[in-house]
Design a protein around this ligand. Sequence first.
Ligand code: ADP
Ligand code: MG
Length: 473
Amino acid sequence: MANIEQDRWSRVKGRLRSSVGEDVYSSWFARMDLESVQPESVHLSVPTRFLKSWIQTHYSDKVLTCWQAEMPEVHRIDLTVRTAMRCAAPVKEAPAPVEQRRDDGRPAPELRATAIAPVSASHDALGGSPLDPRLTFGSFVIGRSNTLAHAAARQVAEGRRGDAVMFNPLYIHAGVGLGKTHLLQAVTWAGNSGTERKVLYLTAEKFMYGFVAALKTQTALAFKEALRGIDVLVIDDLQFLQGKTTQAEFCHTLNALIDAGRQVVIAADRPPSDLESLDERVRSRLAGGLVVEMASLGEELRLGILKSRVLAARAHHASFDVPAPVLDYLARTITHNGRDLEGAINRLLAHSKLNAQPVTLEMAEREVRDLIRPQEPKRIKIEDIQRVVARQYNVSRSDLLSSRRTANVVRPRQVAMYLAKTLTLRSLPEIGRRFGGRDHTTVLHAVRKIEALVAKDVALSDEVELLKRQLQE
Ligand code: ADP
Ligand code: MG
């Protein structure tokens, strides 16, 4: 496809991303590809029917508007499902990588692992979600933030049919791009190779779709039976499970599997207690196994991931090399998530191939500029505010929380509440609770009081500024 179209497409995706936000974008649009551009219409594709109908019902106007911002003459978006073509491959073969073109719109260099075990026929027969052959234990880099999650996943993957299940469900949560899908697919690949166990990997979205489709064709019973016949059920992105019926069905499946001693592995972007749309009983069942959080990727881990990506790329592009200072630079500056690390290496590879140039620091700085995000402002905690204010006014933290009303604690307490309101996102009632269980009206009063004083009392205003600076450092 012409470069100009790909560039346009990149810009359209950029617009979409900023208009719907990172989370929504990566859930629904990350796998949308540009097929072709006609004078008045644009042809896009997605991998599942579910995605297609979801985007059509919820985001079709947005997508069109974003295109029109680039090409005013576009009046129609055609959205099709491309699964049919790609899944036609014989069962024994590993499926094609899910993403043929990367997020940055450039051609994806071949980074596929060479030897991988075939996914079992049952995974395909049950309509398992596509697996990416690169996401195995072999390519998963272990670091401080994911040691426990990795160990637990390994344990699950190595279990044999009939073994006692150690923790059920295994529930892994982490922010976007921190390796949840990688770990879950690694479990699936490992579990499906060579053993007699049936391991099924489904995104929550696919689970919903499978169930809804089964209901429509009145094969829901068969679908349930099939689900309950597997040994390990792996569900990704549980936070997207929606709809009362599907949730109830998920709950039954979960209970049936766990009670039958089958393993369930789940990933989500938040802990079970924060899955607000789910029923309390489901949440507590989810929390009843092993819940592990993966923290953000530390610099060392980022460096490890970059190195493993370069190695993988070198399997196909022997001349590709990224000097150590460039790797250090990328590990230091791309702090956001694993996807950006992968994107950075893909760009360097594409750039060095297309221009037949070795990778240099200068080129890296230019190529990945947009992946480097400004440092997130430091998150200030209420405890920090209380500590700093107490120290400044020479009172104790418990004085601030107490019900004492002498002038020497009232003012510092009000200042601390004011800072809590202005420097954190906490609500008034929450702040009240954290200040010895005070009412939200008390907090509001304090905030207004200090606001008024700061406006006319220079000394106090300086004091407050100083406190803010100390906290933000
Ligand atoms: P999530 O599902 O949590 O959003 P992914 O599993 O899709 O994140 O990871 C995003 C990218 O980062 C993938 O390319 C993945 O391979 C890579 N990645 C994340 N963590 C690791 C890790 N520990 N080792 C190797 N690659 C990782
Ligand atoms: Mg994921």
